[in-house]
Every structure is written in C-alpha cells, then in structure tokens.
Ligand binder design. Sequence first.
Ligand SMILES: [Zn+2]
Ligand SMILES: [Zn+2]
Length: 356
Amino acid sequence: MASLAQILEPPSYGYAAPDGSLIVPTTKQLFKEFFSRINLFKDRKNWLAFYSWFTASLFAIPFFFFVKDFLTWKLFLVGFVYSMIILGTHGTIYYHRYSTHRAYQFSHPFWRFITKNLVIKIIPEELYVVSHHVHHLISEKPGDPYNAHAGWLYCFLADAIHQPIARNLTEQEYHRVSQMINHTGVKLNTYAQYQKWGSICNPYRTIAYFALNWSFWYGTFYLIGGIPLATAIFASAGFWAFGVRTFNFNGHGGGKDKRKDGVDFNRKDLSINQLWPGLVTGEWHNNHHLYPNGARAGFRLHQLDYAWYYIWFLSKIGAVSSYRDYTNDFYEKYFNPYKQNRLMPPDSNSTLAHSN
Ligand SMILES: [Zn+2]
Ligand SMILES: [Zn+2]
C-alpha cells in the first residue's frame, strides 16, 4: 500500500533530492510543469487541473463587464464582503472543516446539500481534500503540495502541479483515496473510470454540477439586484478563486519563522495565526494545526470565527449532530500555562514556548 504521502501525482522535478532535502524548482520549471499538467491534448487525465483553472478564469467575463458598465462603490463593497467573508468563511466551513477534517457531522444530507451550495461553486472537492491531508501529514517537508519553503509560485500553482491524485493507484489504493471524499456526497468514479480520467469525480457530472450551481446563483442575484449585482458578485468570486491560492504560502509565514510567543502555540511547523484571514474566514492557521479536526479555530476573544458560529448555529437547530470544540483544551494546555508563566520571575521557567 502506498503511504499517504504518495497518493498525489508527483511533479516531474520531484519533491526531494537523494539526500532528502527539498527540491526547489525554478520559475521556468514551475511554469513548464503547470502548462504540461493542464494540457488536455497531452493527457485526458489532466482534465481536473485544467478545469480548475479554466473555471476560475471564466470569472474574468463578469469582472470585465462589471468594471466596464456597473462599477459603483456600493457594489464594490458588496463584492468585497462576498469574496472575503462569505466565500472565505464557506471555504473554512465546507472544504476545510467538513470535507477534509470531518470536524463536525450533519444530521441529514439535506443540511450538507445546503451548506455545500451556500455559495458559488469554485473548487472541486477532491482537489482540496486529498492534498490537504498530505499537507497535514508532512507539513513543510518534501512532498507537502504547498510547501512554503519552496516559494510563493510553487504554492500558487499547487492545485495544478501537486494536488491532483496519483495516476498509478492500485484498485485498493484508489478505493482508500476515494473514500476521503465519499462523505461529501460527490459520486465516486469506479476504478475503471478512474483509470480513464485519473480522478475521483466524473468530468461530466462535475461540469453539470457547476453549471447548475452557477445558474442558480446568477439567477438569484439577478432577481435581487439585476445584472449589476450578479456581475459584481461573480466578479468578486474570481478574486477569491485566485486569492485562496495565496493562502497556504502566507499561512505558513512564507517559509519564514514569523511565529509569536503567546499567539502561535503550535511549534511543530511555521503556521501562524494571521489577523486578516482569521478575522474574515475563521482560518486561524496556527490554532488549526494545533487541533486539525476541531470545528473551531478562533479560541481567543478577539479571534472571530464565523465558520464556527455557523457550525454552532446549525447544531443549535439540529442540523449538525456532532462537532469537536477544543477551546477548553487550548486554554488548559497552552494559554493559561503561558499566562501563568509570564507572571513568574524570568528565570524560573523558560521552557514553555517549547512545551509541544
Ligand atoms: Zn497549513
Ligand atoms: Zn487543515
């Protein structure tokens, strides 16, 4: 059985040198890899990477018309809130905490359907979920699909060059990998279909699903505010589609140690609690690496976490049947000892920052 680290299709430049050190490809190598991995004519199995960038690029159309014909401060603000807060928080709620980490469970598939389709569809589940498990398993080591040590572009292009699943999985391995998204309701390819398409999801179904979702939301925004509102919001979705690709690099300090004492308690990797992504999406990334399967990442009073408020609200109305909340654990194990330690004379205890 391939290890979890080998379930993604490796790039042609490889991840690690023979001595185990990280291979950092040049910009030229990265672009070459990118264009080869989205090239449909070269290999049908490139379809999902191509699709991911093609659909994201389609948002340029509403963006063009929005800027040309409808740009006002009010609509700009609406788009800003939609892209930063609504799409960002939805990413945390659905792709990150539910689809990947199973931090909470829905009481009925109906609520999963609602949550999944709460916003304009942008990312196919398998591109996000499978690779994100690998990211947690080997954060910042060779094989991490968005290893901050390898640079911004390496992370930005990752969904095409590092995140698609491996193409040489055995039937047993494919079954195991496809189970990673089974709970999201995506219809899984059979092994024979996987051998044809190289993916867990089926291209025709995926296209149909995006088309339905986009039609629904375009129609809804059109009914609410006409073409100006619909183009404003779809234009802003394009911003998020590209903006989200920058998160993983920055969320790990851009490969530099930016962790602060008393803020970033997880010391196993360079992840940091950034104020802006935290405040708008609940993505307090250092807290998240501390408790990956928690339904909540904002533990401190100022650490707003809209994603958690949504999950908490659904649990109150019976739509979420269970969730994991590590807030007490965080205070007991990390924050309170840190505070007590700070009140003590300076040389009495200096080990706390390295307690984990
Ligand atoms: Zn991370
Ligand atoms: Zn995660």
